[in-house]
Design a protein around this ligand. Structure first.
Ligand code: S3P
Length: 425
């Protein structure tokens, strides 16, 4: 049950480590030679699924307190056949990226996840990986998990994707580590580039030209020390809450602001948000900063085109901000939202409507006519972590009580979300 905030949100929050970077740190460290140390690792359920899968592939991984992880890598060819089906839980990133690795092994693997994962499109990785020589079958013939992956020799290729997807790009690049020639992936717009940056840090030969990422196989990966910056996708809930709740001032330390992920900052500023970045620092290619948010009066905006991949996971909470902004916000070119952990166009629209917002779903986004007061409602978040957190933010300014079932789903990406939010009230 959520009640409106009586005063502004004030204080400092340390958002947990970045989910995308945490996944990659485990995967690449497992394929590296030597012992990697990872700090500020996100102990969310999705990243724990990645650890679980690599342990089942024979990698020794120790998870200590406070997000410190030690991974004893076995090199590119050191994975062992798993004794059982790999379970990727709710994690699309685990499922898609690991498929690129498993396609090239000398053994076969069966891979599946929870009910949501079993409805998410895997054809987008099966098709390109098959063109490289992979043998991947969707067991039910519906292009979704469970997947059966027979290890096979892979060939380099040039591939152009229809949608900007870092998961697809990364699966192909990881397969490219094992291919017999150069592999390149060209996207319509650049998607998050954590794989390219971190693979380079581990010693792989990865280059980028505009929206094309290129990998040349043949170099071993070497163990690294990785410090994971705070997750801007988790910071987004406080950027939104701090902006819309009058009298707020929230400080967040060490948040990743990689330009392929910072669309939320650009859009929030376009809407009139008061955001200050301090202590900007770049290490190993990933840039981070401390972020200060003060409440501001927001207005509507238009969001579409190349910015979409840089804020795809933040669109639910941006829709919530738009509901409290004056004027109309149009979100377009975001049909990908339909194939996330839930159909986020549908779920955001229905829940905001239930709270009294004037919002309409379109084929590739939403039109939100903001500025009406919202009221509490009984919501349906479909077990989707980002929807639960977005509507916890909406409830702060809604009149009356809001009921959010499945609240626990925030453990996927932000286990301490409610504690952190409550600490500001
Ligand atoms: C992710 C990429 C995005 C994003 C997901 C994490 C990643 O998905 O929505 O939450 O870590 O590569 P797509 O690449 O499928 O757009």
């Amino acid at each position: 049950m959520k009640h409106p905030a009586k005063t502004g949100l004030r204080g400092t929050v340390t958002v947990p480590g970045d989910k995308s970077i945490s996944h990659r740190s485990i995967m690449f460290a497992s394929l590296a030679e030597g012992t990697s140390e990872i700090t500020n690792f996100l102990e969310g359920a999705d990243c724990l699924s990645t650890i679980d899968c690599f342990r089942k592939l024979g990698i020794s991984i120790q998870l200590q307190d406070q997000g410190c992880v030690t991974v004893h890598g076995n090199g590119l060819y050191g994975l062992q056949p798993p004794a059982a089906t790999l379970d990727t839980g709710n994690s699309g990133t685990t499922t898609r990226l690991i498929s690129g690795i498993l396609a090239a092994q000398h053994f076969n693997t069966r891979l599946t996840g929870d009910a949501s994962i079993q409805t998410r499109p895997m054809g987008r990785i099966i098709d390109p990986l098959s063109q490289m020589g992979a043998r991947i079958t969707s067991e039910r013939g519906n292009g979704c998990a469970p997947l059966f992956i027979e290890g096979a020799p892979l060939h380099g290729m040039q591939y152009t994707t229809k949608v900007a997807s870092a998961q697809v790009k990364s699966a192909i690049l990881l397969a490219g580590l094992y291919a017999d020639g150069i592999t390149s992936v060209t996207e319509p717009h650049i998607s998050r580039n954590h794989s390219e940056l971190m693979l380079k840090q581990f010693g792989a030969d990865v280059t980028t030209e505009d929206t094309t990422a290129i990998i040349r196989p043949g170099r071993p990966l070497t163990a690294q020390k990785i410090h994971v910056p705070g997750d801007i996708s988790s910071a987004a809930y406080f950027i939104a809450a701090g902006s819309i709740v009058p009298g707020s001032e929230i400080y967040m330390k060490h948040v990743g602001i990689n330009p392929t992920r910072d669309g939320i900052l650009r859009v929030a500023r376009d809407m009139g948000a008061d955001i200050t970045l301090e202590h900007v620092c770049t290490g190993d290619g990933e840039t981070s900063a401390d972020i200060l948010i003060r409440s501001a009066s927001l207005h509507g905006t238009e969001i579409g085109g190349a910015i979409i991949p840089t804020l795809i996971d933040e669109l639910p909470v941006i829709a919530v901000m738009a509901a409290f902004a004056q004027g109309t916000t149009v979100i377009r070119d975001a049909a990908e939202l339909k194939v996330k952990e839930s159909n986020r166009i549908d779920v955001v629209t229905r829940n905001l409507q239930a709270m009294g917002c004037d919002i309409e779903a379109t084929d590739d986004g939403m039109i939100i006519r903001g500025g009406r007061p919202l009221h509490g409602a009984s919501l349906d978040v479909r077990g989707d972590h980002r929807i639960a957190m977005s509507f916890a933010v909406a409830s702060l300014l809604a009149e009356g009580e809001t009921v959010i079932p499945d609240q626990d789903c925030v453990r996927i990406s932000y286990p301490t979300f409610y504690e952190d939010l409550n600490s500001l009230l």
